[in-house]
Structure formats: C-alpha cells, structure tokens
Design a protein around this ligand. Structure first.
Ligand SMILES: CC(C)(COP(=O)(O)OP(=O)(O)OC[C@H]1O[C@@H](n2cnc3c(N)ncnc32)[C@H](O)[C@@H]1OP(=O)(O)O)[C@@H](O)C(=O)NCCC(=O)NCCS
Length: 188
C-alpha cells in the first residue's frame, strides 16, 4: 500500500510529546488492564532500544509510531512490539505496516530470534496488521477477572506507588523482564 511521502524515521527525544499525545488518542488501555500508557512507557522504550522505536511525522506532527524492545520476560533473544498507533486521519494507508517492518528489522538485527506482540481479540485492524506482516497466532491468553464483593471505600484502598503499572514496567524493563501475555509472534 502506498504511503506517499510519509516514511518512518527513527524516534528522537523531540518526538516524545507527540508520541505521548497520539497514544492517548488512539489506545484504549481499558481493554488490556495489565498495561498502561504514560510518558514512562514511551521513555523506557526509547532509552532501552532506540533503534526499534520509529515515528512517522507529517509537517512535524507525529501521526504514527511504533515502540519495540529486545527481551520478553526472561527471554533475552525475543523482541517485543508493545505499542503501535496511527492517527485516525492517516489510517489505512499502510503506515503501520512500514512502522512495524522498521521496528522488526531493527529487532532482528539486534539479535531477536522471534518477535512477539499481544493483540486484543476485538482489535480487527491490529489483528489484520500482524497477520499481513509475518506474525502468526501463537498463544491465546484470557484475562479472567474477579471483582471484590460488596462496596469498597476509596479510603480503604491501599496506596501502593510501586504498583503503578508504568513504574512496574520501568522496573521490568530495567531488569530486562516484561509482563508475559503473548498472542502472536514472528520468527526471523
Ligand atoms: C492498528 C493500527 C496501528 C493500524 O494502522 P494503519 O496504518 O491503519 O494500518 P495499515 O494501513 O498498515 O493496515 C494494515 C492492515 O490492516 C488493515 N486494516 C486497517 N484498519 C483496519 C480495520 N479497521 N479493520 C480491519 N482491517 C484493517 C489494512 O487494510 C491492512 O491490511 P491489508 O494489507 O490486507 O490491506 C491503527 O488502526 C491504530 O492506530 N489503532 C489504534 C491503536 C491500536 O489499537 N494499536 C494496536 C495495539 S498497541
């Protein structure tokens, strides 16, 4: 699919704000409650694996991005494409496919023997994107949820800052560990 003049470029520090803002618009993190979108999510990726982080900008405005990293859980030779998003005005032009390819090539070049990504079952665009770009459906994980019974007062909720998902992710990446839920993978 033609992408016009819009080509992926390696993500830079001055893209951070644009990536963060676009992610807030396109991601529905409520469908994957084990993850969260924040400045930390972006910065950790750029810090750890800058070559796997790419953006597409139009007249200086970020309209698409992908954030990848090397290592998945304790598997240091697995790449992980965790975040990919394209502005709704730019979707359907093949931008995500070119971003995904750039990130995957960087991860394979960095030593990944396979790349995993997780896709929510109702995300038709993401499923199609992965299927069209070498990812095969590998493992399906169902997140079962049990709610607390009875009313729960906010003041009774424990404040556990270290459980902030963004911070937990920061620590996980620092330890070269990532939360484990995978559905698709691509082998080099
Ligand atoms: C998923 C997403 C990144 C795809 O971006 P995109 O630039 O539109 O994708 P592409 O144009 O490269 O299209 C990739 C494939 O998906 C298909 N596709 C795109 N949108 C689709 C949709 N809504 N439904 C079904 N298929 C769709 C395209 O037709 C294409 O398939 P093809 O090669 O057979 O034609 C974009 O929809 C998005 O940002 N969604 C919100 C964020 C998100 O859910 N990200 C993934 C989880 S992190």
């Amino acid at each position: 699919m033609a992408t016009g003049d819009l080509e992926p470029v390696p993500m830079r520090l001055d893209h951070l704000a644009g990536v963060l803002e676009l992610g807030h618009r396109v991601f529905d993190v409520s469908v994957m409650p084990y993850t969260s979108w924040s400045l930390s999510s972006v910065a950790v990726h750029l810090d750890a694996q800058p070559d796997a982080c790419w953006v597409v900008a139009d007249a200086g405005r970020v309209v698409g991005f992908v954030l990848g990293s090397l290592s998945y859980d304790e598997r240091e030779d697995w790449g992980y494409v965790e975040w990919i998003g394209v502005d709704s005005d730019y979707q359907g032009r093949g931008l995500a496919a070119t971003l995904l390819e750039a990130s995957c090539q960087a991860l394979f070049a960095a030593g990944a023997t396979r790349i995993v990504t997780d896709v929510e079952e109702d995300n038709a665009a993401s499923i199609r994107l992965m299927q069209r770009n070498g990812f095969t459906d590998k493992v399906t994980v169902t997140l079962f949820v049990r709610h607390a019974s009875g009313p729960r007062q906010p003041k009774q909720a424990r404040k556990t800052p270290t459980r902030d998902p963004a911070k937990a992710r920061l620590h996980a990446v620092a330890r070269k560990q990532q939360p484990a839920t995978s559905r698709a993978e691509s082998a080099s």
